[in-house]
Design a binder for this molecule. Structure first.
Ligand SMILES: Cc1ncc(C[n+]2csc(CCOP(=O)(O)OP(=O)(O)O)c2C)c(N)n1
Length: 629
């Protein structure tokens, strides 16, 4: 009688035999399953708890073997994974070799578009819809986008174009009034107004009947009536913003009422043109801790289900925390400093600055491009904007950095958090491109600290600097190593950690730890390596590079970035330009996307831990010796 329903679901087809009551039972079982597994693996808990009924209803009404679905960001697609044959592997979520935390077409035929960054779903779904039309097919195409993600500029570009293309496309707006923190901005306000309105279909029908009954009059009176009619539309029709863009707005509907969702989705299926279905959900639904504090349970590490508390107690501050505290101190001394976040105040450690100086802090929603140009505008007026952003999300704003900030040599500070390998979030989130995409931009200065103290000193330096300046620092506990090395930060100057000869190791930021581990092993072999903390990745310290080439036969560079376009590549470029012969080996990530796994596992897998570096240095020296000898 009380058979576990979830166990009987091998594919989405099996859902269609269930009654509404059984679907509710299944929703309950899925929430238990999520909690049981995610309390061990971690992941995006609250977002998934909020879309259990919506996902069930979607799979009930559509056939995603043929119909296409694009999950925006993709962090809420866990239930979709569970229903599409990945339940047995769900315990491997976000672990090396296991399931990805995001949709991945190579993982399942039901994942139609890869994601991890926000606001892409409408554009991608529109592309799929147009391809369907061109091929003469008739499948449905859906985008599921959150109220947070729809604040991103790309989402508007998609909406704007979809309205014009006028093809069959269903956009489901999953509105839980939350981004990671409370959603902000004009769109959030508009949606929260819509949430309180009666479902739109009824209102619209009444309104249209009213218009039909209106008298037909000509001349100026008609003009006046048209104006009133237009104004009335704004007053009476919720969703008019979407309607004006060319969408048929439907909603708001209760995203936890399975029967209601199935009914409306079945109706929507038969409608023509672009549809926007506004669904109200509760983030964290069904797990009281997450429901009451969704911002704390947006992304979780392993936790105890009974208490909601994380299992690992992190007592040591991470780099984000160090950044935030230092900014509070600098903000006290200098009132020109303003903070900017693109919906990541807490993740970047900026919340303490926000609380202390609310007027000087701007959460611009998920809008990295806008954040950068907004910062440029602030800088033209003598403010000192500090944009704290994850390396991976700053990729969005490349042109704004080039065209709006660097071209005008504006004093904007980029605090680039999660630079380098981030771990479990995987290939969409690894911050291993920023040295490559920043270090070739004229006027840009780029630094990387070896430890906590150096990040603080670099922030002081950046505030006193003139021009665009970026500091990249990794995810995780701020290193307390190398405290004895505290040379002041001087523009373009590296720091020598260990003088030596024959072998030079040039390290970027926190990779100094791996460099020194390798150096210690080399010392045991009787070698005397020259070890440098590069500090400045742009400009490079040319005098140190010349010294390295003069004192050493073999130069090794180590960075938490792609080799391609990275610090090592810049070192090679320097020697090549000045015509200096030097043997340079670059350690960094290869020319591919780096999968999910723990940071430690990935550094080991890609040969970037101290022991692997030592072994490769030994091998290189051996090979060179054989060649020479
Ligand atoms: C371009 C970009 N910036 C920032 C993020 C980080 N991020 C992941 S989910 C999220 C909030 C999304 O809110 P919403 O779409 O409403 O989804 P919810 O989690 O509330 O269901 C943010 C800011 C991202 N994934 N992509």
């Amino acid at each position: 009688m009380n058979k576990n329903l979830l166990d009987s679901i091998q594919s989405p087809e099996d859902l269609r035999y269930l009654t509404e009551e059984e679907l509710y039972r299944l929703a309950k079982e899925i929430r238990c399953f999520l909690l049981k597994n995610m309390s061990k693996t971690g992941g995006h808990l609250a977002s998934n708890l909020g879309v259990v009924e919506l996902t069930l209803a979607l799979h009930f009404c559509f056939q995603f073997a043929e119909d296409k679905i694009v999950w925006d960001v993709g962090h809420q697609a866990y239930i979709h994974k569970i229903l599409t044959g990945r339940k047995e592997k769900f315990h491997t979520l976000r672990q090396l070799g296991g399931l990805s935390g995001f949709p991945k077409p190579c993982e399942s035929e039901y994942d139609h578009f890869a994601a991890g960054h926000s606001s892409t779903s409408i554009s991608a779904a529109l592309g799929m819809a147009k391809a369907r039309d061109l091929k003469g097919l008739h499948n449905h195409v859906l985008a599921v986008i959150g109220d947070g993600s729809i604040t991103g500029g790309l989402a508007y570009e998609g909406l704007n174009n979809a309205g014009r293309e006028n093809t069959n496309l269903i956009v489901i707006l999953n509105d839980n009034q939350m981004s990671i923190s409370k959603n902000v901005g004009g769109m959030a306000k508009h949606l929260s107004h819509l949430r309180t309105q009666p479902a739109y279909l009824t209102v619209k029908e009444n309104f249209q009947n009213l218009l039909k009954k209106a008298p037909a009059i000509g001349g100026p009176a008609n003009f006046l009536f048209e104006k009133i009619r237009f104004g009335a539309k704004y007053l009476l029709l919720p969703g008019v913003l979407f309607e004006e863009l060319g969408f048929h707005y439907i909603g708001p509907v209760d995203g936890h009422n399975i029967g209601g969702l199935i009914e409306v989705l079945n109706n929507v299926k038969n409608m023509k043109g672009p549809i926007l279905l506004h669904v109200k959900t509760t983030k964290g639904k069904g797990y009281p801790f997450a429901e009451h504090h969704p911002w704390d349970y947006h992304g979780v590490s392993a936790f105890e289900v009974k208490t909601g508390r994380p299992l690992a107690k992190n007592t040591k501050p991470d780099y984000s925390h160090v950044f935030g505290e230092k900014m509070v101190e600098l903000g006290e001394k200098n009132e020109k400093i303003v903070g900017i976040t693109a919906a990541m105040a807490s993740g970047t450690g900026f919340s303490s600055f926000q609380a202390r100086y609310p007027k000087r802090f701007f959460d611009v929603a998920i809008a990295e491009q806008h954040a950068v140009t907004f910062a440029a505008g602030l800088a033209t007026q003598g403010m000192i904007p500090v944009f704290a952003v994850y390396s991976t999300f700053l990729q969005r704003a490349y042109d704004q950095i080039v065209h709006d900030v660097c071209l005008q040599n504006l004093h904007v500070i980029f605090a680039i958090d999660r630079a380098g390998i981030v771990g479990a979030d995987g290939e969409t989130h690894q911050g291993i491109f920023d040295i490559s995409y920043l270090s070739h931009i004229p006027n840009m200065t780029l630094l990387s600290p070896k430890n906590r103290l150096e990040l603080e000193k670099m922030l002081e330096f950046a505030v006193g600097f003139q021009g665009p300046i970026a500091i990249r620092y990794p995810r995780g506990v701020a290193s307390e190593d190398f405290k004895e090395y505290k040379e002041p930060i001087v523009y373009g100057k590296a720091e020598v950690i260990r003088d030596g000869e024959k072998i030079a190791i040039l390290a970027e930021g926190h990779m100094l730890s791996a460099a020194m581990d390798a150096a210690r092993l080399l010392e045991k072999d009787g070698k005397n390596p020259f070890v440098v903390n590069m500090r400045f990745l742009k400009p490079l310290d040319e005098s140190i590079l010349l010294k390295a080439a003069e004192q050493c036969q073999s130069i090794f560079t180590i960075e938490d970035n792609l080799v391609s376009g990275g610090m090592g590549a810049k070192v090679l470029e320097f020697y090549s330009i000045i015509g200096k012969k030097a043997s340079v080996t670059c350690f960094g990530f290869p020319d591919c996307y780096i999968e999910h796994g723990s940071q430690e596992q990935l550094f080991q897998k890609y040969g970037l831990d101290g022991l692997s570096i030592y072994e490769k240095i030994q091998e290189k020296i051996r090979n060179d010796g054989e060649k020479d000898g």
